[in-house]
Design a protein around this ligand. Structure first.
Ligand code: GN1
Ligand code: MG
Length: 379
């Protein structure tokens, strides 16, 4: 009996099944190894090793079709972005010693960009950035600067790509009022479990809901405009060179689509300035680190200063506060709904994740003046 790899959402896959899928993307007889990779909350990700190839690794992923309902659009955006980045870097190479890559789509032996397995699952392969690694939490200010640099590089490289060339693969993604509407729907259903922690979350959301549309209002008023965004620039989506520690790429491009750069900046900071990480059980100890905030923003602005407007700067503090709040709201809603969106290891997992983000939001709020001062200093 071959070993079984546990895939959340109740589907187990035998290693034989996974190898059979991976075989579509490799020359015959060259597969050496396949193992689970990373800690994604939505898709299932595997690192595959191939014998005798110039690039010995690639990433095999099963897209979560409940989240990504139009996988062909996700693949289209991925192709457009990686080609655009490749072209930009060919025209204006980075200074000596620096490299920067994003994943490329790999084709099957038959020339297709995905495989549908007999159960209907959607599998695709993308290139792996070699000699690089990721970390789930921030190590130090040097790491933070590189994470900011990577996001700045990503935004800069895409700054001349008209956003309407990208499909809207996830309508409503990071549109906070939409998450609030969904939360209200879930709450209206009977049977939501109550506890002191859940009551804290309910109050937390209630106290902030009139402020929560802040970025969408600014967008509707024409103060902020749509640009290509990454959508999920958390710490572990930035790859660092294993030897130098320099950022060498941004991965996880499934959420790339037209959006606000504020979503990205806020998400990067809510992820990067929480030293305990978003999976800690010790949610009461979570805190937003202003020193890491300064380092990430300094790295980011090294590249992005030129395309941010005065108004963009004016909404940065709100973006930082909002993206932590929004992720907490998304986790809490999923807990109330019975853990149907984010993979959960136990029934309270999404509640604890929500508490982490709400504690982080509180910490941001209590340091508002200091964070605004950092933004002003760096502007
Ligand atoms: C999800 O699957 P993963 O871990 O790359 C989520 C992000 C959240 C993140 C929190 C499509 O990303 O928005 O910020 O979890 N992605 C989607 O860890 O919802
Ligand atoms: Mg992601």
């Amino acid at each position: 009996m071959p070993p079984i790899i546990k895939i959340p959402h109740g589907r187990d896959k035998t290693l034989d099944h996974l190898l059979a899928v991976a075989e579509h993307f490799t020359p015959p007889g060259k597969l050496l190894d396949l193992r689970e990779y990373g800690n994604g909350n939505v898709n299932d990700t595997f690192l595959v090793t191939v014998a005798g190839a110039a690039k010995p690794h690639f990433i095999l992923q099963r897209l979560n079709l409940r989240v990504f309902r139009r996988p062909e659009l996700v693949m289209g955006n991925l192709g457009i972005v990686s080609e655009h980045v490749r072209r930009r870097l060919a025209l204006a190479p980075l200074r000596a010693g620096r490299r920067f890559e994003v994943p490329r789509v790999l084709l099957t032996r038959e020339g297709r960009d995905h495989v549908i397995d007999p159960s209907g699952a959607f599998w695709r392969a993308i290139s792996f950035i070699e000699a690089a690694e990721t970390f789930d939490t921030m190590k130090d200010a040097g790491h933070a600067r590189e994470v900011g640099y990577a996001l700045g590089m990503f935004h800069t490289l895409l700054s001349d790509l008209p956003p309407d060339q990208l499909a809207d693969t996830l309508p409503g993604f990071h549109v906070t009022p939409g998450y609030l509407a969904h939360y209200d729907e879930v709450l209206a259903k009977p049977g939501a479990s109550r506890s002191p922690e859940a009551d804290y979350c309910l109050r937390f959301v209630a106290e902030r809901r009139t402020w929560a549309p802040v970025l969408e209002k600014a967008r509707a008023q024409g103060k902020l405009r749509l640009r290509p965004m990454h959508g999920d620039p958390k710490v572990n989506n930035v790859m660092l060179d294993t030897a130098t520690g320099q950022a060498v790429g941004m991965v996880d491009l499934d959420t790339v689509k037209p959006g606000l750069v504020h979503y990205d900046i806020g998400d990067c900071l809510r992820s990067g300035c929480n030293l305990l990480g978003e999976e800690t059980e010790d949610w009461e100890a979570v805190r937003f680190e202003p020193g890491l905030c300064r380092a990430i923003l300094a790295g980011y602005l090294l590249l992005a200063r030129d395309f941010l407007t005065e108004t963009d700067y004016a909404y940065l503090y709100d973006a930082i506060r909002l993206l932590a709040f929004e992720l907490g709201l998304r986790f809490f809603t999923d807990y109330l709904a019975g853990n149907v969106y984010f993979k959960a290891k136990h029934p309270e997992h999404n509640l604890v994740r929500a508490l982490v983000q709400f504690k982080l939001t509180e910490s941001i709020e209590s340091q508002a003046a200091a964070i605004r001062a950092i933004i002003r200093d760096l502007q």
